[in-house]
Design a protein around this ligand. Structure first.
Ligand code: C2E
Ligand code: MG
Ligand code: MG
Length: 610
C-alpha cells in the first residue's frame, strides 16, 4: 500500500501556521493590556490634575474669604481710632487681616483686584483698600502643570504607539485567521479543496439536488507513488500529485469540481447535466499521462464512482461507495473505472468477515493446502503440482484464496500463511518424488528479504531438493522496485529453486519483464485460453508469447485448460506444460496420490478428469 505523502499537519499536531496564530494572539492580548493601562493612567492623571486644580482653587478662595472678612473687621475696628489715610492705619489693617499688598486709593473707581471701601469717622467713603488676592495653592498647581502635561503627553504617546501596535496585530491576526481558514479547507500541496471540503461540497450538492438530477462522486487513485518516492525522492511524488491536480483542474467541465480525497487520491464531484462516466474516463486518461521527471514516469490510475440518489442517500455514503468502487478498480488493470454496484457492498462485508475470522482460522487449523497437477504438453504425464491454499469456514464453507489472501496481506498475516503453505507443500511433496512443487508467493513475501532464509530453512528441514521447488510470483510485484526484485530472484536462484512468472497476461503483460528478470517458467494466464474460441487474435497472441518464451529459454506453461480443443491448439502452439480442469482440479494430497496411482496404471489424466 502506498503511504501518505502530504505534508499537512496531522490532527492534534500544531502546524507552523497554528503556532504563529497563537503567538500573534498572545501579542494582541499583551498590547491590549498595555493600551488599557496606559489609557487608564492618562485618564487618572488628567482626573488627578483636575481635582488638584479644583481643590487648590477652593482652598485659595476660602483663604481669600477669610482675609476679606478679617479685613472688614480690622477696618471697622481701626477706622474710629486712626486716620484712615495714615500709613499706620494701613499697616495695622494689613497685620490684622493677613493681606500683604494693601493699598489705599482715594479714587474709588480705580484699582484692580479686590476692593474694600473705607468709611471715615464722619460716615463718608474716604477711599478703597485694594489688593491682589494671594493664590498660593493655585500657583503651586500651575507650577506643576508643565510636568503634568509632559507626563500626559508621554502617556498619550505611549497609548498611541500601543494602539498602533494593537491595530497591526489585529490585522495580522485577521490575515492569519484567513490563512488558517484557507488551510483548513485546502490541501496545501495541490491547492485543491481537501477531503473535508469535498465532503461538505457533496453534502451541499446532495441537499440541493432536484428531480432526476444526480450528484456523482468520482475517485481517482494513483498507484506506485511510493515507488516513485523511493526511486526519485519525495519531491518527485509531490510533483506528480501537483501536476495531476493541475491537469484535472484544467480539463474538468463546468459543474465538476475536483479535490484531494486522500494521500494518493483525487475526488471529482459532478452535478447537473454532466456525463459522469465520460468525464471520469477522460479524467483517468488525463491523470495517466506520463510525467517528465529525470526520466519519464508512468503512474497507474484507477477510478471508482457512485451516484446519489441511486447508490447513496447521503454525501458520506456517496463517498464511501465511490471508495468501494475505487478499491474494486484497483484490483484490476490500470485505467479501470468501476461504477458502484450493490455487489461491492457484499464484497466489503466479506472482507470484514475475513478480517474477523482469518486469525482464528489460522490458529484452529481450518486452513489446508490442495494440489493441482501440472502436465507435460506432449502427453507424457504429470510433471509437477501447484500448491493452492484452501480455507473452509465451518459456516460459510470454502472461501476463495483470491478473497482472503489480500486481506491476510493487509493484516500482516501473510508471513505466517506463506510459511505454512511452503512447509506443508514441501512436506507433502515427499510423497511424489518425481514431481516438482509450485508454490505461490504473495507480493509482500517476495519483498521481504527474510523469505530467502525461510525457504532455505524449510528445504533443509524437509530434505526436499531445492531444484524441486518452483516459486510463483506475479507481475505486480516487479513493477514497484525492479532492481530489488532482480536481486531477490538472484538470491532465490542461489539456493537452487526455480522462479515462475504467474498469471502472465492478466495485468500489465510487459514482455520486457521476460528479458529483464531471470525467470525459469512463464505461466500464461487462463484469460488467454478462455479467449481462444472467441477472438481470432487470442490464438495469435498466445502463439507469439509461446514463441517468445521459448526463444528466451523459458518453460512456457498455459493455465486454465478446460477443453480438449484448447489442449490441442496449445499443443500445436508449442507450449511445454499445461494446467487446468481438463486434467485435474485442485484436490487434497490423498486424491493426488490416487491420481498418480492411476497414471502408473496407464490411464491418461485427460480421460480421468473428463
Ligand atoms: P493461481 O496461482 O493462478 O492459481 C490457479 C488458479 O486457477 C486456482 O484458483 C485454480 O483452482 C484455478 N484453476 C486451475 N485450473 C483452472 C481451470 O481450468 N479453469 C478455471 N476456471 N480455473 C482453474 P484458486 O485456488 O482459487 O487460487 C486463486 C489464486 O489465489 C491463485 O491463482 C493464486 O494467485 C492465489 N493463491 C492460491 N494459493 C495461494 C498461496 O498459497 N499463496 C499465495 N500467495 N497465493 C495463493
Ligand atoms: Mg499460481
Ligand atoms: Mg496463475
Amino acid at each position: 500500500m502506498d503511504g501518505p505523502v502530504d505534508t499537512a499537519p496531522r490532527a492534534g499536531e500544531a502546524g507552523p501556521l497554528e503556532k504563529r496564530r497563537a503567538a500573534v494572539r498572545v501579542r494582541v492580548s499583551a498590547v491590549r493590556l498595555i493600551v488599557g493601562s496606559v489609557i487608564f493612567a492618562a485618564i487618572a492623571a488628567a482626573a488627578c490634575g483636575f481635582v488638584a486644580f479644583a481643590v487648590a482653587k477652593a482652598s485659595d478662595a476660602r483663604d481669600a474669604e477669610i482675609h476679606r472678612s478679617a479685613l472688614r473687621e480690622a477696618v471697622a475696628d481701626y477706622r474710629g481710632l486712626l486716620d484712615v489715610h495714615s500709613e499706620r492705619f494701613l499697616r495695622l489693617v494689613e497685620r490684622s487681616s493677613g493681606i500683604k499688598t494693601l493699598r489705599f486709593e482715594t479714587d474709588i473707581g480705580g484699582g484692580a483686584g479686590e476692593t474694600q471701601p473705607v468709611i471715615d469717622r464722619d460716615g463718608r467713603i474716604a477711599g478703597v483698600l485694594t489688593w491682589q488676592p494671594a493664590t498660593p495653592m493655585t500657583d503651586l498647581v500651575w507650577r506643576g502643570m508643565p510636568l503634568v502635561i509632559a507626563i500626559a503627553l508621554a502617556l498619550s504617546g505611549l497609548a498611541g504607539f500601543a494602539l498602533y501596535q494593537l491595530r497591526r496585530s489585529r490585522r495580522e491576526l485577521a490575515l492569519s485567521e484567513e490563512r488558517a481558514r484557507v488551510a483548513a479547507e485546502q490541501d496545501p500541496l495541490t491547492g485543491l479543496p481537501n477531503r473535508a471540503t469535498m465532503i461538505a461540497l457533496a453534502e451541499r450538492a446532495v441537499e440541493a439536488r432536484r428531480g432526476d438530477d444526480a450528484v456523482v462522486c468520482g475517485l481517482l487513485g494513483l498507484s506506485r507513488l511510493d515507488a516513485v518516492a523511493s526511486a526519485y525522492g519525495q519531491g518527485s511524488a509531490d510533483e506528480i500529485l501537483q501536476v495531476t491536480a493541475r491537469r484535472l483542474r484544467d480539463f474538468l467541465p463546468e459543474g465538476a469540481r475536483c479535490g484531494r480525497a486522500g494521500p494518493h487520491e483525487f475526488a471529482v464531484l459532478m452535478t447537473g447535466e454532466i456525463d459522469a462516466a465520460m468525464t471520469m474516463r477522460a479524467a483517468v486518461a488525463a491523470a495517466s499521462q506520463p510525467h517528465w521527471l529525470d526520466t519519464v514516469v508512468h503512474v497507474d490510475v484507477h477510478a471508482g464512482m457512485a451516484a446519489s440518489p441511486s447508490d447513496a442517500a447521503t454525501a458520506e455514503e456517496l463517498m464511501r461507495r465511490a471508495e468501494l468502487a475505487l478499491r474494486d478498480a484497483q484490483a484490476k488493470a490500470p485505467g479501470t473505472l468501476i461504477a458502484f454496484a450493490p455487489a461491492l457492498d457484499a464484497q466489503a462485508s466479506t472482507a470484514q468477515f475475513i478480517r474477523r475470522e482469518l486469525p482464528r482460522a489460522l490458529g484452529a487449523g481450518a486452513l489446508d493446502v490442495h494440489y493441482q497437477p501440472i502436465v507435460a504438453a506432449d502427453g507424457s504425464g504429470v510433471t509437477g503440482i501447484e500448491a493452492l491454499l484452501r480455507w473452509t469456514h465451518r459456516e460459510r464453507g470454502a472461501i476463495p484464496p483470491a478473497d482472503f489472501i489480500p486481506v491476510a496481506e493487509q493484516m500482516g498475516l501473510m508471513d505466517a500463511l506463506g510459511a505454512f503453505v511452503l512447509r506443508r507443500a514441501l512436506d507433502d511433496t515427499r510423497r511424489w518424488p518425481d514431481l516438482y512443487v509450485s508454490v505461490n508467493l504473495s507480493p509482500l513475501q517476495v519483498r521481504d528479504r527474510r523469505f530467502v532464509d525461510v525457504a532455505r530453512e524449510a528445504l533443509a528441514q524437509t530434505g526436499v531438493a531445492p531444484s524441486r521447488l518452483m516459486l510463483e510470483i506475479t507481475e505486480g510485484v516487479l513493477i514497484d522496485n525492479p532492481e530489488q526484485m532482480i536481486e531477490r530472484i538472484a538470491e532465490l536462484h542461489a539456493i537452487g529453486v526455480g522462479i515462475a512468472l504467474d498469471d502472465f497476461g492478466a495485468g500489465y503483460s510487459n514482455l520486457g519483464y521476460l528479458q529483464r528478470f531471470n525467470f525459469d517458467k512463464l505461466k500464461v494466464d487462463r484469460s488467454f485460453v478462455s479467449a481462444l474460441g472467441e477472438s481470432p487474435n487470442a490464438g495469435v497472441i498466445l502463439q507469439a508469447i509461446v514463441t517468445l518464451g521459448r526463444a528466451l529459454g523459458v518453460t512456457v506453461l498455459v493455465e486454465g485448460v478446460e477443453t480438449e480443443e484448447q489442449r490441442v491448439l496449445l499443443r500445436l502452439a508449442g507450449c511445454d506444460e499445461m494446467q487446468g480442469f481438463l486434467f485435474a482440479r485442485p484436490a487434497p494430497a490423498e486424491a493426488i496420490d490416487r491420481l498418480i496411482e492411476r497414471r502408473r496404471a496407464g490411464r491418461s489424466l485427460t480421460r480421468s478428469a473428463a
